[in-house]
Ligand binder design. Sequence first.
Ligand code: MN
Length: 759
Amino acid sequence: MMRQYELVEKVSRYNPAVDEALLNRAYVYAMRAHGSQKRASGDPYFSHPLEVASILTDLRLDDATIAVALLHDTIEDTEATREEIDRLFGEDIGKLVDGLTKLKKLDFITSEAKQGENLRKLFLAISDDVRVLLVKLADRVHNMRTLGAMREDKRQRIAQETMEIYAPLAGRIGMQDMRDELEDLAFAILDPERRQMIQDRLDEQLEQSDAIIGTIIETLQAKLAEYGLASEVTGRQKRAYSIYQKMLRKGLSFEQLSDLYGFRIIVSNAAACYRALGIVHTTWQCVPERFKDYISVPKENDYQSLHTTVIGPYSRRVELQIRTQAMHDVAEYGIAAHGFYKDRASEDGRAMQELRKESLAYAWLRRTVESLNGDDTAEEFLDNTKLELFRDQVFCFTPKGRVIALPRGATPIDFAYAVHTQIGDTCVGAKIDGQLMPLLTELRNGNQVEIITSKAQVPPPAWEQIARTGKARAAIRRATRLAVQSQYLGLGRSVVERAFERASKPFDVEAIEAVLPKLAHRTVEDVFTAVGRGELASRAVLTAVYPEAKPVDAGPAPVRQEGWFGLEAATSFQFRIPEERAQVDAPASGGMGGDGPPVRGLDETMTVRLHTEEPPIPGDRIVGIVTPGEGVTVYPIHARALAAYENTPERWLDVRWDIDPAADRRFEARLKATTINEPGSLAEVSTIIGKHDANIDNLVMARRGQDFHDLMIEVQVRDARHLHQIITDLRSNKVVSTVERASGEATVDTPDAAGDRAA
Ligand code: MN
């Protein structure tokens, strides 16, 4: 354990004006307060605050911060009180110790809402005085170094919190060295086997490495000296965690990693950095696209350096960072470094605070804290902060071990497209870690994902909303467009063929080609597509080719020929399914069944109904709209009708489905479909729907055209997934030209309702 005088000596080495009396008082006070307390390891408790103080002296922090480090656990763990500390050490120090006491109670491994709120408190404490964060980080470093004696579940929790919150925070305020250490220590606890594997490989190489590193350093130094440039060159082996990250990011094996070592050239000023770069580049071949100039454009955490990679001695790739001593200190110590070059005579740390305000990292802290003053909810704050601060990627593996990096929230669909566009286009299912899982499943770090493909598959348009990556979305849009196009083309062609057949005229593509100008289309394919889309009547094609031909209609109401529906040959008709069938599958009125909508998050006394024009079904994201005196109406989130309530957010209510999987409850959904005007097409539509064990409640023919019918179909379905299966099957049938949910939006079923059912 460090002695009292040793600590004072350490501080006075960088700060000759050290307030010895203050440090001595804090040392004695904390030692007495902790008394005979022991740490989990059996060490005297006081060794902990002392080590924290020692870590902070390495960062050359001011006396007040060192004193706070010594005192940081006294209010929480001993009889000491804020008042006493204020009285003995002044309010400044009292406030800092108090801030740290509050931070200690924050738990970040908890529900999202709680986590957001706690993160908000953390940032507020930091913004008051960034020294709170510096002490907290040093505290965390020492705790992580001595975590061995803890209970396993506690270790996991602390390590996870370190990886998710404190390591990124350290990086964000520029303390790269501290970040590296925190990550590596957490890695060793969260994934001990993987870390050991990498560490063993590093150790194996160590002997050989030492020689190589030495030679490269000598060669670099000699070369720079040749040009009269004084420099200090250092080389080091990277840490296991940063190597692991690189393997994941680049999808490389350990053997393939070329840069296990990093080299640093430190020169006297910025101009010398560029000179050194010139010398390195004229001596060795540089690797294109690896050069970065962070001197003229510093990173947001104030980091400055020139980065380059060259093919150096031994034909090895050598990664180089070129910087000045001041830049180096900022890179290692971040915000804390800004105090280094200040006149230390102003002892109270005020000088340091002024300097901090000039730094970019400090500006980032300010911005984040300012965003706290907005009225984000805790979750939103967490989201916004996570975007900036947290690791935003997940890394998954193909069955062959290739690593695929994806943004957080990515699904197997994104994974499939990341592997290959064709895999994405033909994807029909996925196994995650050997288990068949819904394609909506959010992937997690380390998942092994196997994509099941089928040549017959065309990506459903609804996938576009499930996919997170731009690549997947663009590919889905493209595939959908092509599929729709080829569908229209095939559809149009068969419609034209039949029109010719009915008129007893030979179908002849060349003849159609000859009359293209008359039809105002450039190609025969365009003609067919236009017919398929309903933009051009098949009879127009027929009479263009055979002006004398008399088009024969498909019949006034082809469905009537079936004798099945008993339809009127009217422009609009309604059709009800037989009563007894309706009762079997939809036991209660309005398709609701049970006592009321199975929706949670509502006051029990309120009357609840589902919106009738755009009814929601389980699997839809839903929202309730309150009408005072009447009750709550539940809408799917994509309902057009919601636009009317945009300016009255106080009427919006968060609601969720509450589905009993045992009850086979049915819900009304509406489909808009266009079918080919052809005998039997309506029967075919109803057969498909019947096959899926769904009832048609009502079927309205909204418009009858020459070649197509527009239908409005009301069906009783279990949930969005059920409806989606029906839509998919209808789409694949040749008599159906288009079909979609009547509310206009593509259906996306969410795992909380629909997914559970399938599982
Ligand atoms: Mn502590």
